[in-house]
Write a protein that binds this ligand. Structure first.
Ligand code: HEM
Length: 138
């Protein structure tokens, strides 16, 4: 018999893993494409923005599965809490920056767009690094 809680964790983790791949892979792809292609930028900004949003929702999903299963949230301290805060900050920044790219990049120079993608990649790298600390200091 499949354990429902484990199944829920696994499904949330699937979303979380693909979200992580989207935010890092999408930003890296945009930095590799030279000269920049504006039509591609819009599509990738949707994928990356969706990825950041998926990270927030699936991150909340972990908490919901834990709360419904154990009646409490995971008991984390110190480095793990700091890593979680950093991930939340990165995800919030990622959503805002992706939204700004979608909404305003039409009037931005190529240099400014590139800076935005560099910033998005940096946020993804920091969040992924924090994920390792959250995992092993929990
Ligand atoms: C609101 C933002 C986020 C929250 C609340 C959140 C929460 C969590 C939680 C609770 C776990 C499970 C930790 C464990 O197994 O002990 C996790 C795992 C993970 N998160 Fe996040 N996360 C967020 C954002 C991100 C972002 C932005 C990324 C990457 C870009 C990311 C990448 C990962 C990865 C790769 C794992 C699996 C780590 C492992 O098991 O080795 N998370 N996250």
């Amino acid at each position: 018999m499949v354990d429902l809680q484990n199944l829920s964790y696994a499904l949330v983790q699937v979303v979380h893993n693909f979200g992580a791949a989207a935010v890092v892979g999408g930003a890296a792809l945009m930095l590799l494409v030279t000269p920049p292609v504006r039509s591609l930028q819009n599509k990738i900004a949707w994928i990356v923005g969706g990825g950041w949003l998926a990270q927030i929702l699936s991150g909340i999903g972990f908490a919901v599965v834990s709360y419904t299963g154990y009646g409490t949230l995971p008991d984390i301290h110190g480095i793990a809490v700091a890593a979680l805060y950093i991930k939340i900050l990165c995800a919030s920044g990622g959503v805002i920056l992706s939204f700004m790219l979608l909404r305003h990049a039409g009037g931005w120079s190529d240099k400014r767009c590139r800076s935005a993608w560099q910033m998005l990649l940096a946020l993804g790298v920091v969040a992924l690094t924090s994920a390792a600390f959250l995992r092993w200091f929990s």
